[in-house]
Ligand binder design. Sequence first.
Ligand code: 5GP
Length: 204
Amino acid sequence: MNMKRNGLLFIISAPSGAGKTSLFKKVIEKLGDIKASVSHTTRSPRPDERNGVDYHFIRQEEFQEKIKRGEFIEWAEVHGNLYGTSVENLKIIQDRGLDLILDIDIQGAEKIRKAYKDAICIFILPPSIEILEDRLKGRGSDSEKEIQKRLNRAKEEILHYKDYDYVIINADIDKAADELRSIIIAERCRVATAKNILSLVGGM
Ligand code: 5GP
């Protein structure tokens, strides 16, 4: 008897510095059966980032080759660097029935949403622009120019939260993690999601 349901696709967007990475770690550790997609990027790794874990860090030429070969389901230029989600990554949900989190910017989210109508879209907001600026500076890994670039872009990105299904304000990491976990759990319980399971008890 196969009780497996199809994997769900969660798209999460947040301005740089909204605290997304730590939030994911907390939620994924606790939930299980959910993976965060590892994107490819031409950006240089930050000191605490690992190749193949946080991103696949590749050169510009390699990225262009991958675009030509059609290896990305979507890709976008963000803050002057290229970022892309490989087709391979999405196979995880189809082949293994695992849920997948895509951490992508608003351009990528729009593209994926068109191709995967069932994707669940979540926007993470910082509590305020001032706090966002403090967080970006506190990270200590980006130059002042880079921080300003990210801040300006964040102000534009924030206006798009209305296109998403859920919004989480990340003022307190534990509360935000509870909210994200609750959204994932609730989506897993939807009747539409559970239809494979329900068909097993069709006679009841
Ligand atoms: P960061 O350089 O701070 O890690 O990420 C910058 C932005 O790129 C974030 O908004 C992040 O969501 C976005 N991003 C990361 N991976 C991808 C991807 O594969 N595709 C798209 N479109 N955006 C991505």
